[in-house]
Ligand binder design. Sequence first.
Ligand code: DC
Length: 217
Amino acid sequence: MTPHTVVAIDGPAASGKSSVARALARRLGYVYVNSGAMYRAVTWAVLQQQIDPRHTTAVLELLGIIKIKCGLHDGESTIEINGQNPTPFLCDESVNQNVSTIASIEPVRRTLVTLQRRYADDHDLVMEGRDIGSVVFPETPYKFYIDASAEVRARRRAAQGQNDEITARDRRDSSRKASPLVIAEDAHVIDSSNLTIDGVVGEIIGRLKLKGLQIPD
Ligand code: DC
C-alpha cells in the first residue's frame, strides 16, 4: 500500500479523462500520469520493429529486450524506449489501430502496471487509464469513471483531427480477458457529455473534499 495519495481516473476513449486528469493534477499539485501513453509507446516500438501486434510471442520477445524508461517532466509522466522519445507518434493512426491488441497481452500489462505503481513510491498522483481503480491502485478511496455519449466522444476525437475508431477500440478494451475496462465498484461516475473540463474537475474536487482529502486553496 502506497503512503502517497492516488486519484484514479478511468473511462473509455475520448471521454475527456486526459484533459480532466491533467487539470486536476495541476489543481492538486500532484503528478499527472498517462498510463495509455505507456501502452501506446510499446505499440509504437512493436510497429517500429515491423512485428505483427497479433504475434504475441514476437511481441513478448521484444518486450524482453527493450528498455522502457518512465520519468517525469514538468509534473507529467514521460516515456522513453531504448533512449528514444516516441511521444510525437503516440496518436498515429497505426498506433490507434493496434494499441488494444498490445494492451490485451497479459505480460505487457504486468510490466506496465509495475512501472505505473512505481510513480506512487515518491509522488501523489492523478493517474488515468482503463484499470487504474480496478487493478493498478484498487486500494485508493479516490476513484472516478469519466464517461460521455458515443456521439460526443466521436466528435471530440474528430475535433482533435484524429482518425481513431473509438467504438471498436472500446469494444476491444471492454471485452478483453486481462483487466478489461470496467467501472470499479466504488468509483464515482461522471457523465462529461454536457460538462466543461472545469465542470468535471469541480465535481471531482467536491467529491474529494467530501471524502476528507485536503485540497490546496
Ligand atoms: O487512454 P488512451 O486512449 O490513450 O489508451 C490507449 C489504449 O491503451 C486503450 O485503447 C487501451 C489501453 N490502455 C489500457 O489497456 N489500460 C490503461 N490503463 C490505459 C490504456
